[in-house]
Ligand binder design. Structure first.
Ligand code: DGL
Length: 253
């Protein structure tokens, strides 16, 4: 029960999920693996992401993880199913765009889903979208290079706003109700999105993923009963102190 929960992402984005996990289960121990050396995943071939995701999961299992959270929409879309088959010995939890809460938020609304090109292209997202397509107008908005900018520490300011303005230009004449952040890097630019997009409701998958992780641990009988605050270890494949410091800063933002 005191073994750590492994969490990984292509870089610092999954810290937005780790934050929710720690909020819900502060007494668990965590190992976070940021694969910044290979970021971004979102514009790679699906096979390459599959390979990287498998390496991350196996590294975390070798560090005694009792469960692994794929804190990356891109890796979840291409690798979650096969990873669960390959490693039935532990719960593997993925993250997907929070379309359901956005649909429930308002009837017949217009919802924009931001995500990496891979996530929005994969059948997993198309299945999700078709599930809700009679209840909302869903616009998929692939964001090339956005995760890479965030990875570099650009969260606000002129460069980020110029990028977002250009991205949202084709939607200028639409009345948008909600924006779904379908990439775990994007919650860190929520302020900039609101500044450029105006008054919209924003949804991300962090809280839902944390709740699902807790449910799976309970089911597995491995939820910690410790009454002490857990330990959080942050690792990064860049082996740079700077990226680890940046991750810590994002965790406590
Ligand atoms: N944070 C990841 C996601 O949720 C991947 C971003 C990237 O590496 O392109 O999709």
């Amino acid at each position: 029960m005191n073994r750590p929960i492994g969490v990984f992402d292509s870089g610092v984005g999954g810290i937005s999920i780790l934050k929710e996990l720690v909020k819900l289960m502060p007494n668990e121990n965590y190992i976070y693996m940021g694969d910044s050396a290979n970021a971004p995943y979102g514009s790679k071939a699906a096979e390459e992401v599959q390979k990287l995701a498998t390496e991350n999961v196996e590294k975390l299992i070798s560090m005694d993880a009792k469960a692994v959270v794929i804190a990356c929409n891109t890796a979840t879309s291409v690798a979650a199913e096969s990873l669960r088959k390959k490693h039935p010995e532990i719960p593997i939890i993925g993250v997907e765009p929070a379309l359901k809460p956005a649909v429930l938020h308002k009837e017949n609304s217009v919802i924009v889903v931001m995500g990496t090109p891979i996530t929005l292209h994969e059948h997993k997202f198309h299945d999700l979208m078709s599930h809700y397509s009679d209840r909302a107008e869903i616009i998929s908005l692939p964001c090339h290079n956005l995760a890479a900018m965030i990875e570099k520490g650009i969260l606000e300011g002129n460069e980020m706003e110029a990028y977002l303005k250009e991205l949202f230009k084709p939607l200028k004449n639409k009345k948008i109700d909600s924006v779904v952040l379908g990439c775990t890097h994007y919650p860190f630019i929520k302020k900039s999105i609101l500044k450029v997009f105006g008054n919209v409701a924003i949804f991300d998958g962090g809280e839902g993923t944390a709740r699902e992780t807790k449910r799976r641990l309970e089911e597995d009988g491995t939820l910690s009963h410790s009454n002490k605050k857990g330990k959080i270890t942050i690792l990064n494949s860049l082996n740079s102190n700077e990226q680890i410091k940046f991750s810590q800063k994002l965790l406590y933002l």
